[in-house]
Design a binder for this molecule. Structure first.
Ligand code: ADE
Length: 842
């Protein structure tokens, strides 16, 4: 029900405030709705170049308004337009004097002053503080300037600007829409800086506020709370370009405002109104201590010179710890009449941040206004507009729609529950997407059947994803062939057979536990029974364990340890021609992964399965299993020892080679080393892809280097606590390397070679940032998941990893292709290998 309430509140958002993208109507200079009397000027050259001729695309008089004489750089001549009522002004268009080709005067630049009451004038500035706008380059073409920020005003002055003494003439059109809110100023405490360690500083001030700032209080103006720009869920991200983190929000810290625990704001309107509601767009990023307000209490004043009425309107919000989306909160104002309001917003957490506030009032006075055409004035009545009596049929219609929607949702949930049971009985492995989970949330999940996929409720659009089902099930078949550590016999079957094999896709796997054993990433391994794996499945030879002499510990995880050991007699044991690492006499150094003696039978089983798969892989860029000790406990697998450890550690301790690193003996790598590493990884992955083997956790932490800088891909999963922050834990059940995962892996649990390609792109990015930064380091895990939703929607709002400075542009293009939303647009490993190989100097 909370969700439903939220849905209503969020839906209201679409209607609750002015939208600068749609508020772009010509206000009537060209078509004459703005009367001559409402256009004035500081001066005019002749009668025939008076202000009434300043109409865009018109040629009356001498074709434009021209101020008297030459315009000097220090002049402040202006053309003034009275729009007749408060207007949300979004665009200004200008033209020069053409006069049917007899004129050639125009303004190359201009400024804008504005006034809501015709007395107090303010200067417009863009978001970076620049007051000058580019004007015309010739006498005939019109130039349109979007006002960022837009302004709420009734009177506008255009002031031509020049660097040299010159004659200027102007024709003008203004664009916008009526400011029905009627709000003429708000007062509030000044916004503050958020300076959390490890995050960028967020400046939560009201940077376009056009009133006064005194003693940390804003008063007498409007600003970002009325600019129509709604802040994003993550307050650090901004809708505007080239501005600072936190720009879209005005925010306050609880303890900075004394002990009062609230923010007091005052709102003044153009006239007395009957207020039905107030909509406050509020951030709710609770992971960073930001929440919508817990309650609000508003007082009313019928006239400016009157006392606040005693009885306030109070409203408690529904706090929400589950959905971090920013949202509109609608506060009912009970049709109270006032010209001024004073509201106290109470903190629910350490921070409170607003990006927009709008007001709805019931007694719209019809204006006999010359400025707006009727279709502009008539707002479409929405379900959530003020509940006027005149709107009763609309309200009834809306209620019926809501009830119908509810019935449909309930029906879908019931149908889905039924569907789940039937399908589960038939063969639960066949379903790729758990629609019940999808529609009704985790309450529906069977504990024996835990699916691991993340679908943020706000991205749940079953219709969209259902359309994708045919495509997805094809890929599911493909990935079932290679899903997890698929057995080689499975890779040879047809897709159809594969689906019936013993290696179900990850998304169809009963996740029993998800912690790696000693190295392997077991969240990817399907549950097999112990009986299903026998010694004969393992093709690696049994080595006498007493010949393994412990040297040092290389790593440790929940289920076991990795040791560096000397393996006595291993060369003889493996026989002639076996590709052995460097030997020291008749012993060699090896890495021994050992399962804890008290490991569960499940962990044992996974360990044996990992051995089975590894024993069949044979490639110079994949870690090689040399032998095993499985005839008695503890179970061990013996692999080559890689002297230079993992690639993440290796690169993070180095700088890019330069004369400086050379002179100061700083450990370094060259660009050509980095390219060589990339080629090797692509080669190893090409091999895995050729076996339809899906790795699922490709990252620099899972690549090892020997002393010659040969790279071998391994898989340590969560076995090394060192990298635990690279994994996201879903409610304590699954650990997922979300920063390396393709959108379809996160949202649909779909792992394929194409999702390995995505991870390869991230691995390349790590390599070329020398592993100095975690991918998307500015985003929390939750934000990474939100960003995944943006990748899915592909509306240009997804955040990509940036191009590392070391990275050649062509290589960054390759990375970007790895992160293509559509799978067919991603390169193959073969293609990646072919693209990368030529870059390596032989
Ligand atoms: N850590 C885990 N496995 C290793 C290996 N094979 N070589 C070096 N370090 C390791």
């Amino acid at each position: 029900m909370h969700l439903f309430l939220l849905l209503i509140l969020q839906t209201t958002a679409a209607f609750g405030q002015i939208d600068p993208a749609h508020c772009r109507y010509a206000l009537g200079m060209e078509d004459g709705r703005i009367k001559d009397d409402d256009i004035t000027a500081s001066s005019q050259w002749y009668e025939t170049t008076g202000p009434q001729y300043a109409r865009l695309n018109r040629e009356e008089g001498d074709g434009a308004w021209c101020p008297e004489g030459q315009l000097e750089p220090s002049d402040s001549q202006y053309l003034q337009v009275d729009l007749g009522r408060l207007t949300f002004l979004t665009i200004v268009g200008t033209q020069g004097r053409y006069a049917r080709s007899s004129g050639n005067e125009f303004a190359r630049a201009y400024r804008l002053n504005y006034s809501r009451d015709g007395l107090l004038w303010k200067s417009w500035r863009n978001r970076l503080g620049n007051p000058v706008m580019e004007g015309n380059k010739n006498a005939y073409a019109s130039v349109i300037n979007d006002l960022h920020p837009p302004i709420v005003t009734r009177h506008v002055r255009l002031i031509p600007v020049t660097k040299l003494s010159t004659t200027v003439c102007m024709r003008v059109e203004l664009y916008g829409c009526p400011w029905d809110d009627g709000l003429i100023s708000y007062a509030a405490p000044e916004g503050q800086l958020m300076m959390p360690p490890g995050y960028p500083i967020a400046s939560l001030n009201d940077s376009t506020y056009d009133g006064t700032r005194e003693r940390r209080r804003l008063s007498g103006g409007l600003g970002q709370l009325t600019d129509g720009v709604i802040g994003l869920d993550d307050f650090l991200l901004t809708r505007q370009y080239h501005v600072w983190p936190g720009y879209d929000y005005l925010g306050w810290r609880n303890d900075s405002l004394g002990t009062q625990g609230f923010v007091e704001m005052e709102f003044v309107f153009d006239r007395q109104r009957n207020f039905t509601s107030m909509k406050v767009h509020s951030n709710n990023m609770f992971s960073r201590g930001v929440k919508i307000f817990s309650s609000v209490s508003c007082q009313f004043k019928p006239h400016l010179i009157a006392n606040w009425e005693a009885e306030p309107v109070a409203f408690k919000t529904v706090l929400d710890d589950r959905n971090p989306s920013a949202r509109y909160v609608t506060v009912p104002l009970n049709r109270r009449a006032a010209k001024s309001l004073r509201c106290r917003f109470y903190f629910a957490d350490v921070w409170m941040m607003f990006s927009e506030i709008s007001f709805q009032s019931g007694n719209e006075i019809k204006h006999n206004n010359h400025t707006f055409q009727s279709e502009q004035v008539n707002k479409t009545t929405s379900c959530f507009d003020s509940p006027d009596v005149s709107n009763t049929p609309v309200l009834i219609g809306c209620l019926v729609t809501i009830i119908l929607l509810l019935v449909i949702i309930i029906f879908l949930i019931l149908w889905c529950q039924y569907d789940c049971k039937v399908l589960e009985k038939k063969d639960r492995r066949y379903r790729l997407i758990d629609w019940c989970y999808f529609l009704s949330g985790p309450a529906n999940t069977d504990p024996h059947y835990e699916r691991v996929f993340l679908l943020d409720p706000q991205y749940q659009n079953p219709a969209v994803l259902r359309n994708k089902l045919p495509e997805l099930s094809q890929s599911a078949e493909a990935s079932a062939c290679g899903g997890g550590y698929a057995e080689p016999d499975v890779t040879q079957c047809t897709p159809h057979q594969c689906f019936h094999s013993n290696a179900p896709h990850y998304a169809e796997t009963d996740i029993v536990r998800l912690q790696g054993v000693t190295g392997s990433n077991m969240y990817a391994v399907p549950a097999l029974t112990v009986d299903s794996l026998t010694r004969k499945d393992i093709s690696a030879a049994e080595f006498p364990r007493q010949q393994l002499i412990f040297r040092e510990k290389l790593g440790e995880g929940q289920f076991g340890e990795v040791h560096l050991c000397e393996a006595e007699g291993l060369p003889e044991f493996l026989g002639e021609g076996s590709p052995l690492p460097d030997r020291d006499g008749h012993s060699v150094l090896v890495a021994v992964k050992q399962l804890r003696a008290d490991a569960t039978s499940q962990a044992r089983n996974d360990f044996l399965k990992e051995i089975k798969i590894m024993s069949r892989l044979n490639d110079p860029n994949i870690i090689r299993l040399l032998c095993v000790c499985v005839s008695s406990d503890p179970l061990c697998m013996v692999t080559e020892y890689m002297e230079n450890g993992d690639l993440n550690m290796f690169l993070s301790q180095r700088e890019i080679e330069s004369t400086l690193t050379y002179a100061n003996n700083i450990p370094s790598v060259s660009l050509s080393d980095l390219l060589h590493m990339s080629v090797q990884i692509s080669s190893g992955m090409k091999y895995l892809a050729s076996l339809n083997f899906v790795h699922r956790d490709l990252a620099t932490r899972n690549c090892l280097l020997d002393r010659r800088l040969t790279i071998k891909i391994a898989d340590f999963g969560m076995s090394r606590n060192l990298y635990s922050s690279d994994y996201y834990r879903i409610q304590g059940r699954a650990v997922l390397p979300i920063r390396w995962m393709a959108w379809e892996s996160i949202l649909l649990g779909k792992f394929t070679t194409a999702s390995d390609v995505w991870a390869f792109g991230v691995t390349l990015w790590e390599i070329f940032t020398l592993c100095k930064e975690q991918p998307y380091s500015l985003l929390s895990d939750e934000q990474v998941i939100e960003n995944t939703g943006e990748f899915f929607r592909n509306q240009g709002r997804q955040i990509f990893l940036y191009g590392p400075p070391l990275c050649p542009p062509s290589l960054f293009e390759l990375m970007m292709r790895c992160w293509s939303r559509d799978i067919p647009d991603r390169p193959t490993f073969e293609g990646l290998y072919q693209a990368l190989r030529p870059h390596v100097s032989q």
